[in-house]
Design a protein around this ligand. Structure first.
Ligand code: UQ1
Length: 459
């Protein structure tokens, strides 16, 4: 069903890949391949690296528009003034394996019945098997007043969620000397839902070290009903907020910014009529996020929330067995967070992009290979997710848990304590794992270490 006889790849794009020559212009020819991976971010690169070991170069196409590949988990530390943006970036060409073809464009339209993807430049890619790993995107434009204030270095408004704006965060923290420092969490799924509070803790710590903490009121305004989805870590985080005098308002969503008055307007999600206007000296915004339009508008591909509808264990598409998805764009229901917490209807998917896509990449690789060999998917994803919650310039709580929101901890000590070791793991060890192992298809998450470290115990 999926095999196609004609495989045509234009000469212009052959040979583009790691440690080879730079990309040349793409023709408007149509292309055909065995496996098409849409998206060359963390999830797309991790799974491509694995597939590239088995497939011929011309059988594996990656569709990705960006020439930059960022290690986004370090953006919090860029915002905190610890890391530089340059150190989080590599060329996409150097991250992708050499044994694949990179087409530098985005998907405009998926036709799942015809096994084709139309790209923005107009031509079509035929595939036998499709892997969707397009992520989710910040929608800064959805908050009136946000983009113009982010562009103004004196506005006090900043955001770690984009390579374009992240460098503007630390100067705002440094200038802060009085008034309100407000940190927001939007009413939408978010990549790395821990990050909005990590930057809050770093700001608190910075102010303490500079002896300015007493002059500033630190406020964390979240749309969620909870501070964190996993009870064990939520308890520890609440304690930290109380001890550090950080005000936490739940079910509170940023709706607009008045740049002249330096005021932010919030809605109460439980009482839609109720609005609160707060003056700020600093406003750190986590923007609403959503999947690419080509994904969300395609009802055959997605759930009603606009996420690629996969089986949560096999990561195979519910309706199209030759389609798999992983990473932020897929519907793997880390949603239990919200369900367990009760009433939050809009935070159904709390996705942890690169953290889960390590484990997911192996599941997709193995199950896709099995389907290509005429067999059934057999490997099951347990929902492993982790979030190193940086709580200061030398401490971190490493949250790790499964679909059921039970802690699934790697280390043989209780991970709800703030530790320097976990901070160093996040800052130095995990980036090395990411670039050297995960991007070469050699890291499937820490399950093996966990088993070794818990040898003889039930975990
Ligand atoms: C992890 O595997 C991973 O992906 C590479 C992360 O994303 C950047 C993480 O933050 C964490 C914590 C892990 C888990 C790794 C260990 C060693 C516990």
């Amino acid at each position: 069903m999926f095999l196609r006889s004609i495989r045509h790849v234009s000469k212009e794009i052959q040979g583009i890949g790691r440690r080879s020559f730079s990309i040349t212009s793409i023709t408007y020819d149509n292309h055909s391949c065995k496996v098409l991976v849409v998206g060359g971010g963390t999830a797309g690169c991790a799974v491509t690296a694995k597939l590239s070991r088995d497939l011929k170069k011309t059988d594996l196409i990656v569709l990705e528009p960006s020439i930059d590949h960022y290690y986004q988990p370090l953006f919090t530390l860029v915002g905190g003034g610890v890391e530089k943006i340059e150190d989080t970036r590599k060329n996409e060409q150097d991250v992708l394996p050499s044994n694949c073809i990179w087409i530098r464009d985005s998907a405009a339209e998926f036709d799942l019945k015809k096994n084709t993807v139309k790209i923005e430049k107009g031509h079509t890619i035929d595939y036998d098997y499709l892997v969707v790993a397009t992520g989710i995107f910040p929608r800064y434009e959805n908050i009136p007043g946000l983009i113009e204030t982010l562009k103004d270095p004196n506005s006090g408004v900043c955001s770690i969620y984009s390579p374009q704006y992240v460098e503007g965060v630390f100067p705002v923290i440094q200038k802060l000397s009085s008034g309100n420092a407000i940190f927001t969490f939007p009413n939408s799924p978010v990549k790395c839902p821990g990050a909005p509070q990590k930057i809050c803790y770093l700001t608190d710590d910075y102010l303490r070290r500079e002896n300015k903490r007493n002059q500033v009121k630190v406020i964390y305004n979240t749309s969620l009903p909870v501070i964190f989805g996993v009870k064990k870590y939520a308890n520890a985080l609440w304690k930290i907020c109380i001890e550090r005098n950080i005000t936490v308002n739940t079910r509170t969503n940023l709706v607009s910014i008045d740049s002249n008055k330096k005021e932010a307007t919030f809605e109460n999600l439980d009482k839609p009529e109720e609005r609160t206007v707060l003056p700020f000296s600093m406003l750190h915004v986590t923007p609403p996020m959503s999947t690419a339009e080509a994904i969300s508008k395609n009802t055959e591909l997605t759930t009603s929330a606009g996420f690629v509808e996969v089986n949560k264990s096999t990561l195979q598409h519910i309706r199209f067995p030759n389609v798999f998805a992983l990473g932020d764009c897929c519907s793997s229901p880390n949603s239990k967070t919200a369900a367990a917490a009760g009433k939050c209807s809009n935070c159904k998917i709390l996705s942890f992009y690169n953290k889960i896509s390590a484990a997911q990449s192996e599941v997709v690789y193995k199950n896709l290979t099995s389907v290509m060999n005429g067999k059934k998917p057999y490997l099951s994803y347990d929902g492993y997710a982790s979030c190193p919650l940086v709580t200061g310039y030398d401490k971190c709580i490493l949250a790790e848990f499964d679909y059921e929101l039970n802690p699934l901890e790697t280390f043989p000590f209780s991970q709800d304590k703030e530790r320097l070791s976990m901070y160093l793991l996040k800052k130095n060890v995990i980036p090395t794992i990411y670039w050297n192992l995960m991007m070469n298809g050699l890291w499937n998450g820490p399950a093996t270490f966990r088993k070794l470290m818990h040898f003889g115990k039930s975990n």
